[in-house]
Design a protein around this ligand. Structure first.
Ligand SMILES: [Zn+2]
Length: 427
């Protein structure tokens, strides 16, 4: 049966970083028609009601209907260690991350955390995620199975590490290749699942393992490849000592076949000029995790400069180095990081990053991250007055952006009024 959702509707006809506010489309009394899991039409409520009298109507009043949020970089196995105190990146991995990831050798534990992770993220209006798993194949199966039960479009891969990680959390170049290939064959394109080739980062892979991952990517160029790049200065110094013959951090990937279109590079804070130029040349995706960057003390991502230079940029929680499951909180942190770099991101830009920008970074902007005919019907309905503090601020608003910004800065899962996945209401 066709569903007709009424409310304020926000969508995009372009990238507001490039085209300004004219790229955003806002309907005060709008409607979205859903059928067979897809968006069939968007337009004024009166027009769509008259044209589709048989559709079942859900009236969301003044609430805002948007594409569901897309989180372009997360570590679902770190769900239970989110908001662990202190430490910089390498200590954080050794003290918190690795002991927790060790537990995913148990398929039941992996299933428990995967279910918890999707419950938490859906409650925050996130309908698609791209996640790292652990080195254990069972952690990948648990993730994709949990997503399939909820009908979600997701990306994930087995994290590969064959050095500088504890016993029990290391694979080898050969087993990483074999396990990844088997999981890729099992999950890539199964329903709404996409497999992502996932070397954690250069310090935890030997050159042999990076080469094996590069070879696998060359065999499956339709897969994305995700890794980390230039997050902290001490990490970069470590990479230099581990790979003395490479020009820079990016070169450790490039030298092993891990640079190209479809590559997702998390963080990318301390890039050198050669790295920026080379990444732009290959039409890379840079993934910004602002709550993680401030929480672990990594640095300030240059959103203004990198967007102006034409990079694809996605927005991400980076759970659990990031300190929140909420893409609203993540937008707020992106705003704060932007302020510290002298570039105040407009609410239209922040919202675009959390939906269409992240979808673009995952090369899926034609399917998710926007409201337009033919797109998959993954939607979030946002209450713009979800707390007394937000309600009193948004009550003074003179346009949609003033009404939306208090929710971006102060909102949490209470702002999630409803969530639709593939045309089904799930929250
Ligand atoms: Zn990460």
């Amino acid at each position: 049966m066709a569903e007709l959702l009424l409310g304020q509707v926000l969508s995009y006809a372009g990238d507001p970083f490039a085209e300004g506010l004219g790229a955003a489309r806002h309907l005060t009394h709008g409607a979205v028609l859903i059928e067979d899991g897809r968006i069939r039409a968007v337009g004024p409520a009166d027009t769509l009601r008259a044209a589709h009298p048989q559709a079942r109507v859900t009236d969301y009043g003044r609430h805002l209907i948007s594409a569901g949020f897309v989180d372009a970089h997360a570590h679902y196995p770190q769900t239970a260690i989110i908001a662990s105190w202190g430490k910089r990146l390498i200590d954080w991995l050794n003290l918190y991350t690795f002991p927790e990831e060790m537990r995913f050798a148990d398929p039941d534990y992996a299933a428990l955390i995967a279910a918890r992770y999707f419950d938490l993220t859906l409650a925050n209006g996130t309908t698609s995620v791209c996640s790292y798993c652990t080195i254990h194949p069972a952690s990948v199966d648990a993730f994709f199975a949990a997503a399939a039960r909820r009908g979600q479009r997701v990306w994930a891969g087995k994290t590969c590490m064959d050095r500088n990680a504890p016993e029990g959390l290391r694979d080898s170049a050969a087993s990483a290749y074999d396990d990844s290939k088997r999981l890729l064959t099992k999950w890539h394109g199964a329903g709404r699942a996409s497999y992502v080739i996932t070397p954690r980062f250069s310090p935890t892979s030997t050159p042999e393992q990076l080469s094996a991952m590069g070879a696998l990517w060359a065999e499956h160029p339709d897969c994305l490849m995700q890794t980390h790049l230039s997050e902290q200065t001490d990490e970069i110094a470590w990479v230099r000592s581990l790979y003395p013959s490479t020009r820079d951090y990016l070169d450790t990937y490039e030298a092993h076949g891990l640079l190209g279109k479809g590559g997702l590079y998390g963080h990318a804070i301390w890039l050198e000029e050669r790295e920026k130029a080379r990444l732009a040349e290959v039409d890379d995706s840079l993934i910004h995790g602002p709550t993680s960057n401030t929480f672990i003390g990594s640095g300030l991502f240059d959103m203004g400069g990198l967007k102006a230079a034409g990079h694809r940029v996605g927005l991400a929680t980076d759970t659990g180095g990031g300190s929140s499951f909420s893409m609203l909180r993540t937008m707020a942190a992106a705003y704060e990081v932007g302020q510290l770099r002298g570039r105040a991101l407009h609410p239209a830009e922040l919202w675009w990053l959390a939906t269409q920008g992240s979808a673009q970074s995952l090369h899926a902007a034609d399917r998710i991250g926007n409201i337009a005919p033919g797109m998959e019907a993954d939607l979030v309905v946002i209450d713009l007055s979800s707390t007394p503090a937000i309600a009193q601020a948004s009550a003074r608003a003179e346009d949609i952006w003033q009404a939306l910004f208090p929710t971006i800065m102060m909102g949490d899962d209470r702002a999630t009024h409803a969530v639709w996945v593939a045309g089904q209401k799930v929250v």
